[in-house]
Design a protein around this ligand. Structure first.
Ligand code: CP
Ligand code: NVA
Length: 300
């Protein structure tokens, strides 16, 4: 059966461990001279409805490093969004490429793409989920702390796509996670139910200072996600008090999926401080996705 990754819990707990191990092994090999051509002559089609720096470049570079090739398909490049339905795009593109990566607004569109595709579809971010980010985040935390046991993460900010996949991934590896959001901006109930069925449930909070008090690491993301620009003024007001500053951070490492909106969810000095491990986190997108693609290729 074709396997897709629409959210992190499309993997089992064991499979998540396998993908992270594979990513770590590929990273070590890359640092020691390069990777084998595991994906020789294979092609990844990359569909983007939204902008991207890290996702696009890490997937494209990852395919090159594994001996394959990636095709960038932006919103103006193909018929999707200009009259051709998703189900037709899915079936036609599947006849050419070995994997599809899609960054779309509506999560239901990624689900439909996967339903009609005959190759694996990897979610490169929807309004609801960002599982590839979670793979990189877990790899980064494991590198930093040597595992997940006795590690506590405080998420401070919006209960958005990045937070939702992170909460699910954290549950799957039994990582202690506290999510502090303003009232009305929490994690969706459906995601909380899924997390409860996967492993360690997140603690929910509305006070950033209390949330970080016992944390080993602080994670944040933008308050105004792509597509929410018309809600900007309201969100900036609602998130008052949730900014990650050096004071809130203390000596804890800081994670951010990037891009950051400095002066909003995080201050410039927090992001520029030695506490920030955001560049390691960004690099790990490359290794994590290579691990995922290699694992997917072997399963097909
Ligand atoms: N974190 C992340 O997905 O970044 P991009 O939007 O640059 O791809
Ligand atoms: N929450 C952000 C993440 C960007 C990688 C957004 O959706 O815009």
């Amino acid at each position: 059966m074709v396997r897709s990754l629409l959210d992190i819990d499309d993997l089992t707990r064991d499979e998540l461990g396998t993908v992270l191990d594979r990513a770590a092994a590929l990273k070590a090999a890359h640092e020691n001279g390069g990777n084998d051509d595991i994906l020789d002559k294979q092609t990844l089609g990359m569909l983007f409805e939204k902008p991207s720096t890290r996702t696009r470049i890490s997937f494209e570079t990852g395919m090159t490093q594994l001996g394959g090739h990636a095709i960038f398909l932006g919103p103006e490049d193909i018929h999707l969004g200009h009259g051709e339905p998703i189900k037709d795009t899915a079936r036609a593109v599947s006849r050419y490429v070995d994997f599809i990566m899609a960054r779309v607004f509506d999560h239901a569109d990624a689900v439909e793409l996967a339903e009609y595709a005959s190759v694996p579809v990897v979610n490169g971010l929807t309004d609801d989920a960002h599982p590839c980010q979670t793979l990189a985040d877990l790899l980064t935390i494991r590198e930093r702390f040597g595992g997940f046991e006795d590690v506590s993460v405080a998420w401070v900010g919006d209960g958005n796509n990045v937070a939702q996949s992170f909460v699910l991934g954290a549950a799957m590896v039994d990582l202690d996670c506290t999510v502090a959001t303003p009232e009305g901006y929490g994690i969706d109930d459906d995601v909380l139910k899924r997390a409860a069925g996967l492993g360690t449930e997140p603690n929910l909070a509305t006070d950033p200072e209390a949330a970080v008090a016992d944390a080993d690491l602080v994670y944040t993301d933008v308050w105004v996600s792509m597509g929410q620009e018309d809600r900007r003024e309201q969100k900036l007001a609602d998130f008052d008090g949730f900014q990650v500053t050096p004071d809130l951070l203390g000596d804890r490492p800081l994670m951010h999926c990037l891009p950051a909106h400095r002066g909003e969810e995080v201050t410039d000095d927090a992001l520029e401080s030695d506490n920030a491990i955001v560049w390691d986190q960004a690099e790990n997108r490359l290794h994590a996705q290579k691990g995922l693609l290699a694992w997917l290729a072997e399963r097909e």
